[in-house]
Design a protein around this ligand. Structure first.
Ligand code: IPE
Ligand code: IPE
Ligand code: MG
Length: 255
């Protein structure tokens, strides 16, 4: 299996000053932030109130991840299938990056967080693209946690793009079929610059991937919680980290 080496790989790091029970920190945590609508419904609120609360929780969890010295946090914010939702809800979700950054970008800069995005950028509305570009640009020299937002992301459409780009290179005689291997595919994914997630968390009790990082999650450890995303707290995050460090990662070999 092709593993990408990555500059700040640092397994078995201890962070005693933060939490003496947690000794193995995943480099890359991916989160399917689910349950905003149900969180709101439970409180008699409109679904968008759940999305607003979910947005604020992104900031809280970024701080927690930062305090545990996690390197990359990939957050699933909008899937290629979420366009099927009512127009009003989609419009609200497309406005959220701007709202989020208006409130939190100064803090993110201060906290040395680097914002990045994966997903089909061009199909986003222009105001959404503008907000995302601003965040990426203003944090590009930061060296701390990478906050990687998956926006208009779908694992299958990502693979379709990879296949098309390889086919095009073959047609133009840039590469030969025999040169196609795992690392060539890896290099064409949205996540080419990142290590695969070590830990995947999904909130809201749903036990499925919903088209998230299909290639990259091949050997990721999964952790699920009933908590709806807006009420997913540091306590649950810590539980996930505790579970993660109990896992024996064998990658098909014997331990
Ligand atoms: C997750 O919450 C946010 C997005 C998918 C955009 P949902 O909106 O899916 O909330 P539920 O699953 O309907 O409760
Ligand atoms: C997955 O949640 C997508 C995001 C969290 C952005 P969904 O709510 O869209 O997933 P399904 O429809 O329950 O599978
Ligand atoms: Mg959902």
């Amino acid at each position: 299996m092709a593993f990408k080496k990555w500059p700040f790989m640092n397994k078995n790091k201890t962070i005693e000053e933060k939490d003496d029970k947690i000794k193995i920190i995943p480099d890359h945590v991916a989160i399917i932030m689910d349950g905003n609508g149900r969180w709101a419904r439970q409180r008699g609120l409109p679904r968008i109130a759940g999305h607003k609360q979910g947005m604020d929780n992104v900031k809280r969890i970024v701080e927690v991840a930062n305090s545990y010295q996690i390197k990359v946090l990939t957050m699933y914010a909008f899937s290629t299938e979420n366009w099927k939702r009512p127009e009003k809800e989609v419009n609200y979700l497309m406005k959220l990056p701007n709202d989020f950054l208006n409130v939190y970008l100064p803090d993110l800069i201060e906290e040395n967080v680097r914002v990045q995005m994966i997903g089909h950028f061009e199909q986003l509305p222009s105001h959404t693209k503008k907000a995302v570009r601003r965040a990426i640009d203003q944090t590009k020299h930061n060296t701390g946690l990478i906050l990687n937002i998956a926006m208009n992301y779908g694992g299958r459409s990502e693979m379709v793009e990879v296949v098309k780009s390889i086919a095009e290179d073959i047609r133009q005689n840039q590469i030969d079929v025999d040169q196609i291997d795992e690392s060539l595919i890896n290099d064409r994914l949205f996540t080419s610059h990142l290590p695969d997630p070590d830990l995947l968390i999904r909130t809201s009790g749903e036990i499925r991937l919903s088209n998230f990082l299909l290639w990259q999650l091949a050997y990721t450890e999964f952790w699920f919680t009933e908590a709806y995303w807006p009420s997913f707290s540091e306590r649950e995050f810590r539980e996930a980290l505790l579970a993660y460090q109990q896992r024996k990662r064998r990658y098909g070999a014997l331990s």
